[in-house]
Design a protein around this ligand. Structure first.
Ligand code: FAD
Length: 409
């Protein structure tokens, strides 16, 4: 089992208790077996159950205990790869379809959150995406035009307009409307629990250690405790632990990111409408607020897969992030209360890995690598559901594992 984060996470502290699910202690048969109980596994499970399938979800630890709990909960329709670059990479029609699907996925996440009996911190927010330097301005303006042409709800703000709304000045910014924030831990627990109430079988502490196919085409999974699951379809929603996937299908680039949560700020009025904030620099700084008035921010990504162990070095990174916050919002002086370092996965073409195994029938992957992982999880659930039902989802060729943009990697 990979160590996915180190430090002191914030989100698990926001739930008094979580429902516990017993480990698998007998052999099982199901239509769909999902491996992994994080954001991707839970959204898939809920989508499949709501489509009338019989579904089992096996999680080697606890539901929502993987990278999902290190996520900072920003939901954008914009992606790590700008639309203008994605157009160059895959053509205008596909790039626009992908961006619109991300916008629609935020709406689906909203509907999923609204269907839950508890508030999981989903709130619609607009985003400020600012140019970090003057040099980034031409690209930012090009991106604004691309987003507008795509029909997305965007504005362009000059330095004066930025300064009118925030206590800082930047060379320019795109404002995107239709984004959102969520508490990822509460959301995934809520989605999984609701799906369990609707018939999903969840097994925690259930590590899948082997997978083969019977002559009949049925898949057989074996748990570390020696029990077997027979399934017509198997979905790998294993997050940043793709090593156990067959062959070298997942050409991922792993790094680590740093995040912190401050204490409750007594003065958030200068934070215009609680916008989500990020920038053009790479790696980028990303920021949001919480419903109880904290600030969550992250960044300083490093090309090292393992999360940082040394508490002292982690504190140094957190202090650096905190300084960036105080430079932008000098009046926000509440101290750091939570900080962590976590593994983060990306693909070389900045698109997630979603779809069927090209050489193993009825095996699928839902790996929402990238800063927009939650949005990708929602898209993945719908693509894989369509594959299971034999339908063709419009995005499938863009994100499939054997897509052209990955072939030379
Ligand atoms: C610092 C940081 C900030 C982020 N911020 C954002 C953000 O603002 N917005 C956003 O959308 N995304 C963000 N992300 C990305 C987001 O966290 C991920 O995309 C998402 O949580 C991944 O969900 P997942 O279900 O794919 O993975 P996970 O949550 O890791 O779930 C995978 C699960 O599979 C289980 N598993 C693996 N192998 C097996 C096995 N063999 N048997 C049984 N179980 C197994 C693991 O135990 C794990 O629980 C961020 C990530 C990081 C690190």
């Amino acid at each position: 089992m990979k160590e996915l984060y180190t430090g002191n996470l914030y989100w698990p502290d926001t739930l008094d208790s979580t429902r516990e699910y017993a480990p698998l202690r007998e052999n099982k048969k199901t239509q769909v077996a999902i491996i992994g109980g994080g954001m991707s596994g839970s959204i898939c499970a809920s989508t499949f159950i709501n489509s009338g399938l019989s579904v089992l979800m096996a999680e080697r630890g606890q539901v929502s205990g993987g990278s999902t709990s290190a996520n900072v909960g920003l939901l954008h329709f914009s992606n790590d790869i700008m639309l203008c670059d994605l157009i160059d990479q895959i053509g205008e029609r596909d790039a626009q379809s992908f961006y619109r699907a991300c916008r629609d996925a935020v709406h689906l996440i909203e509907k999923a959150a609204e269907s839950l009996s508890e508030d999981v911190g989903f709130r619609r927010r607009s985003s400020l995406f600012f140019a970090s330097t003057e040099q980034d301005l031409p690209k930012l303006k090009k991106e604004y035009e691309a987003l507008k042409t795509c029909g997305l709800d965007v504005e362009y703000w000059s330095p004066d307009e930025i300064e009118k709304h925030f206590p800082f000045r930047k060379p320019g910014a795109i404002i995107t409307h239709g984004d959102a924030e969520v508490n990822p831990y509460q959301f995934v627990n809520g989605v999984a629990n609701a799906a369990a109430d609707a018939g999903l079988e969840i097994f925690e502490q259930t590590d899948i250690v082997a997978h083969d196919t019977l002559p009949s085409g049925i898949h057989r999974l074996r748990t570390a405790d020696g029990y077997e699951i027979e399934a017509e379809h198997v979905v790998y929603a294993v997050g940043y632990e793709p090593e156990e996937l067959r062959g070298k299908l997942i050409k991922a680039e792993m790094s680590r990111s740093f995040a912190l949560v401050t204490g409750i700020q007594c003065n958030l009025q200068s934070w215009h409408e609680r916008f989500l904030v990020w920038e053009t620099a790479r790696p980028y700084l990303y920021m949001r607020t919480t419903l109880d008035g904290r600030v969550v921010l992250g960044g300083l990504d490093e090309h090292i897969e393992q999360p940082l162990h040394s508490e002292k070095q982690r504190q140094e990174r957190s202090e650096k992030l905190h300084e960036q916050l105080k430079t932008l919002f000098p009046e926000l002086q509440a101290p750091i209360e939570f900080e962590w370092s976590a593994t983060f996965g990306e693909s070389c073409d900045n698109l997630p890995f979603i779809g069927a195994d090209p050489a193993w029938k009825n095996v699928y992957y839902c790996l929402g690598y990238g800063g927009n992982g939650t949005v990708y999880s929602m898209i993945a659930a719908h693509i894989v559901r369509d594959l299971i039902f034999g339908d063709k989802h419009p995005l499938i060729d863009i994100v499939k594992l054997d897509r052209k943009s990955l072939t030379n990697v």
